[in-house]
Design a protein around this ligand. Structure first.
Ligand code: COA
Length: 414
């Protein structure tokens, strides 16, 4: 078994998808406030997000033909959604793909509409973590052959920090400054977002002095444990203007699950997610994006930990390998930077209600590209006029993960 797990992936392996560029569009979205919803059930959150999404597309539940629900632990079938929405005998599918469950719901809804099987589909994600006793400090419980590493999420991702610092010659204090800066940025952005869980800007000094959680990672390096739900309505692109005058066209959807050999492969150095690189390459190809840093208006990335965001910036081609740390310190990814990354506050400020996170990222793209984000979160002059946005959603950990990348745009291709 161990030998099998160590087998290397094919060199140059890549995702070979045709894509469905401009075939479907998002015409409505809804998102609950994320946070400690002690008084609300998963049902309540689903109903709120679903109704907000249908209302924003001018629809009622009985006008949605099919549903995909992403959740890791807040339900195990389509009934988790059909019951609270009282759906009249509709196809409702629950999907799960680690922390990318919400993105998986979107991907399936988009393909179903693109295939012509349905006219209107909903992708919705939910997670109710606060009263489920689940937190990032819980270890994985999937039975195996005894060779699997048993690390908590903060511990697994904490391995990235010393590895990155060593590879690129950063001393510990500079590395700390970089992680502090990412936490500071995302909390500052979340403080401007009424839907975020943590709505306070956090001074750099407080971030620096926070109690350690795992390795170099302290409290403010971690995403929180939160409840929330988000939903999107998908229709064929040619029908989009029946529902809204500002649809978002789906340019690319890419999912790459890795061979999960990194944790036992001596050549894997914990400074990159090859799965993210593969899904980004595929998504850029599908969307015709050549220079993401110059073409995107914003990027929503999976900052489950500050150091994850640092590594993702390079894997997504938003910074050269070994250069993201300097760009972070220079403010390149701040709300008023060259390319805002996580302008809504990211997982850092929203927490990570697993099934909801991928669609919550899309919700910020929806607001920003339609010009509906509040003025205090508006995008800088540097990216005005750009019509594309990206979401990147990760499931698993360094060395064994899967990655989803979507690109959406406010204009159909010429
Ligand atoms: N970021 C910022 N503030 C946080 C926070 C976080 N991640 N987690 C908790 N807080 C705040 C709370 O709001 C609270 O503030 P208050 O005292 O002003 O009300 C305080 O810190 C204590 O909150 P509490 O819920 O008791 O924290 P905790 O010690 O139980 O949990 C962590 C802190 C870091 C352990 C928890 O957030 C965690 O497990 N995060 C990682 C989640 C994870 O791994 N997800 C999977 C990602 S792949």
């Amino acid at each position: 078994m161990l030998i099998y797990r160590c087998r290397r992936p094919r060199v140059g392996g890549s995702v070979a998808s045709r894509g469905i560029r401009d075939k479907v569009a998002i015409v409505g979205m809804g998102c609950t406030r994320f946070g400690d919803h002690w008084a609300a059930s998963a049902d309540d959150l689903l109903v709120e997000a679903a109704r907000a999404a249908t209302a924003s597309a001018g629809l009622t539940d009985d006008q949605v033909d099919a549903y995909w629900l992403g959740t890791l632990g807040s339900g195990s079938s389509g009934l988790t959604l059909s019951r609270p929405l009282r759906l009249p005998y509709r196809p409702v599918t629950r999907v799960e793909n680690y922390c990318a469950a919400g993105s998986e719901a979107l991907r399936n809804a988009c393909y179903a509409v693109a295939s012509g099987a349905y006219d209107v589909a909903m992708a919705i994600g939910v997670e109710k973590l606060k009263d489920s006793a689940m937190s990032g400090l819980a270890g994985a419980a999937v039975p195996g052959d005894g060779t699997e590493p048993e690390l908590t999420a903060p511990a697994a991702f904490s391995l990235l920090a010393p590895a990155y610092a060593r590879k690129y010659g950063l001393d510990r204090s500079v590395m700390r400054e970089v992680l502090d800066r990412i936490a500071w940025k995302n909390h500052a952005n979340g403080a401007r977002n009424p839907l975020a869980h943590f709505r306070r800007a956090v001074p750099l000094e407080a971030i620096r002095k926070a109690p350690r959680v795992a390795g170099e990672l302290g409290l403010f390096d971690c995403s929180g444990v939160s409840d929330g739900s988000a939903a999107a309505i998908v229709v064929r692109a040619e029908d989009a203007h029946r529902y809204t005058d500002r649809p978002l066209y789906v340019k690319a959807l890419s999912l790459a699950a890795g061979p999960a050999t990194g944790v036992v492969d001596p050549d894997y150095d914990f400074t990159t997610f090859p799965e993210v690189r593969a899904s980004a390459r595929d998504a850029y190809r599908q969307a015709g994006v050549v220079d993401p840093k110059a073409e995107l208006a914003l990027a929503e990335v999976h900052d489950c930990f500050t150091v994850t965001e640092l590594v993702l910036l390079e894997d997504l081609g938003l910074a050269e390998p070994g250069r993201a740390w300097q760009a972070v310190l220079d403010g390149a990814f701040d709300l008023d930077g060259e390319l805002p990354v996580n302008p809504d506050g990211g997982l850092k400020a929203f927490g990570h209600p697993i099934g909801a996170s991928g669609l919550r990222m899309l919700f910020e793209c929806w607001l920003q590209l339609r010009g509906e984000a509040p003025p205090e979160r508006s995008l800088p002059e540097a990216v005005r006029g750009r019509t594309l946005a990206m979401t990147q959603n990760l499931g698993g950990g360094p060395g064994e993960c899967l990655s989803f990348v979507s690109i959406v745009g406010s204009e159909p291709s010429a």
